[in-house]
Write a protein that binds this ligand. Structure first.
Ligand SMILES: Nc1ncnc2c1ncn2[C@@H]1O[C@H](COP(=O)(O)OP(=O)(O)OP(=O)(O)O)[C@@H](O)[C@H]1O
Length: 265
């Protein structure tokens, strides 16, 4: 597999081509095409049920598309075209691709029986093959970055929601991902601690070139961090542009009514 650093910079980090996703009869995404350039920070907005989380889960390979193709750095993620047919790629290929992608969930999803440090080193040691000493060193750096020095031996249940989410961010970064998926990472937090989590993510955005795909209801955060906003409705992108334009001068009626409901709340 080529290193991402050898790639033509114009190769998009993420490309959806004719992606369809159904749950039973519910067609959530249909004929979905979009690209995310490397280093882009894209916020997905749209009404509840418009498929935003599903898109992140498809990129993370937690869900599989029914039709179409997803490419990461120009390489097919789960399916490829062979002789005009859509062919599933092997699990080993998917596992390799997944190493490039990190995800932070609304509900933290930390391993409850492991300490903070064990959470941070589990995947680097078992998936990337790092030595335990190197993984711990990296874990310590990341804990400093998310303001949790001294919490190495704590169990998640002894931490506040904001602290747990900061561990989850550190855990995603421990894999040194090229792509970071953020799925409503502040929705489960008390309002007074939302800021501390967003500040860490702002710092990650400022200090790295990680490509980010963000689902959030925090419009000021979306505005600060992202350089593009995509509005979804009915399984498609109905409008996209830079945050300033989308938030202040959307052209589609559905975007206008969605934003006035969200911003007016
Ligand atoms: N595992 C699943 N099984 C069945 N239906 C699902 C599943 N996951 C998602 N859906 C359905 O797919 C649709 C899109 O869900 P998704 O969570 O992607 O939307 P969303 O835009 O992220 O919504 P929200 O803003 O409420 O989180 C919804 O109708 C949802 O009920």
């Amino acid at each position: 597999m080529p290193s991402p650093h050898d790639l033509d910079p114009s190769t998009p980090a993420i490309r959806f081509e004719g992606v369809e996703k159904r749950f039973g009869d519910n067609v959530v995404l249909q004929g979905l095409d979009f690209e995310v350039a490397r280093g882009d920070r894209v916020t997905l907005i749209g009404p509840s049920g418009s498929g935003k989380t599903t898109i992140l889960r498809l990129v993370m390979t937690l869900e599989e598309a029914n039709e179409g193709y997803i490419f990461i750095d120009g390489e097919p993620l789960t399916h490829t075209r062979e002789g005009g047919k859509r062919v599933a790629l092997k699990e080993r290929h998917r596992n390799e691709m997944r190493k490039r992608i990190g995800m932070v969930f609304q509900q933290f999803n930390l391993f409850p029986n492991m300490t903070v440090m064990e959470n941070l080193i589990e995947a680097p040691v078992h998936v990337l093959g790092l030595s335990k000493a190197d993984a711990v060193e990296r874990g310590r750096e990341l804990l400093a970055r998310v303001g949790l020095v001294g919490k190495e031996d704590a169990h998640p249940s002894s931490l506040s929601g904001g602290q747990q989410q900061r561990v989850a961010i550190a855990r995603a970064l421990a894999m040194d991902p090229e792509i970071l998926l953020l799925d409503e990472v502040t929705s489960a937090l008390d309002p007074e601690i939302v800021g501390e989590v967003l500040e860490i993510l702002r710092d990650v955005a400022r200090t790295t070139d990680i490509t980010m795909l963000i689902v959030t209801h925090e419009m000021h955060f979306a505005r600060d961090v992202s350089n593009r906003v995509m509005m979804f409705d009915g399984g498609r992108v109905i409008e996209q542009g830079d945050p300033e334009t989308i938030f202040t001068a959307p052209t589609q009626e559905r975007t206008k009514s969605f934003l006035s409901a969200v911003l007016g709340a």
